[in-house]
Design a protein around this ligand. Sequence first.
Ligand code: ADP
Length: 447
Amino acid sequence: MFSKILIANRGEIALRVLRACREMGIRTVAVHSTADADAMHVRLADEAVCIGPPAARESYLNVAAILSAATITGAEAIHPGYGFLSENADFAETVEAHGLAFIGPTAEHIRTMGDKITAKTTMEALGVPLVPGSDGELANIDEARDVAARVGYPVLIKAAAGGGGRGMKVAHSEDELAEAWSVARTEALAAFGNDAVYLEKYLDRPRHIELQILGDMYGNVVHFGERDCSLQRRHQKLLEEAGSPVLSAEERDAIGATATAALSKMGYRNAGTLEFLYQDGQFCFIEMNTRLQVEHPVTEMVSDVDLVREQIRIAAGEKLGYGQSDITFSGHAIECRINAEDPDTFIPCPGTVDVFHAPGGLGVRVDSALYSGYRVPPFYDSMIAKLIVHAPTRAAAIARMQRALDEIVVEGVKTVIPLHRRILADPEFQRGDYTIHWLENFTARNI
Ligand code: ADP
């Protein structure tokens, strides 16, 4: 096992990794920008190294500075968290070239899944079902027209290098196709420097359901069930649950078996998430995330696993040591992302948190780097806390989340807490009756 790990991240996820290390008896090195000198992850780590000025490009994305910090402190492994360098194949490769362990998958797998077209063709060849659409990149608008006629309108033109919902355009009929085609390509080129696009049938009422996977270095792959992340705004998740209110145990087992067989054939190692759209009982793969996800705690609560500990054990060469039949699920978990944003306009609201009071009690977990007097810097993501609850049933979890949202106090900056209270009180949400379009309609109705 490693004796010292460098955590190449900030905020709640840096603390999350630090906590797992501490429980495993592993020393930690925090890295931070000058804007984060007073941050919680810096205070709690065994050692801390300043790696640059506030701009992420010059600090949390600064590979040379991070590797120097690892070298001077004698760290043996690097955990990238999520965001920043976590899905950068070159970074993973460079870390290993320096004789350090990268706590994540191989650079090759990160690269394969980073290109959505390659990801889809790889998964299809391994027997994973896809959204009907083009076989890879579209050569020209005529090909787009032919594929659209075959799969039926509406269709979605998507960027191969896409992320964060950019470079994605819907066409409801052939008349709209030419414009969707050129707008998606222009956006993709501007955002990613790559104008390759592909086409998918646009599903009108899907749920976003994703599967948590872990694999070791010896071909053992298991899944830890699903998360329903359908509550999104502009493709950004806001509230997640495990399990999904609509999935049966049989459906979970079936898609889990398909996914684990595929990743085992690939030789996939460490944590990963397969994202699907689910409609009319069908799963359609859309992309794979080759890292730990923001919403991983809901999976931890229902399956009683420490996913970060598992990631570290796997990277150190340990075997999983358990199989699929050892993994069981109990109760229901919900996570609310608390962003420092205006709850109606979603405009980020950095500033000083004068008062922070965390809720507690049975089945309540708060993953956050907040403290009273903390200044939310304007340079990074606006998520300042994750509030997670676990209870025997979904109804009990909703009641528990409502009471935790009543207890939490964040003063000094605007947050989305009032929006979460409204969502939790909504009868459709309470029935589990929602798709990926639900939240945008809900916020439009409630402004
Ligand atoms: P990105 O990487 O840009 O986030 P994804 O492919 O993961 O792109 O899609 C993001 C979101 O866009 C999905 O969670 C879903 O809400 C929506 N979406 C993607 N593909 C489709 C589709 N074929 N039909 C309907 N909605 C889709």
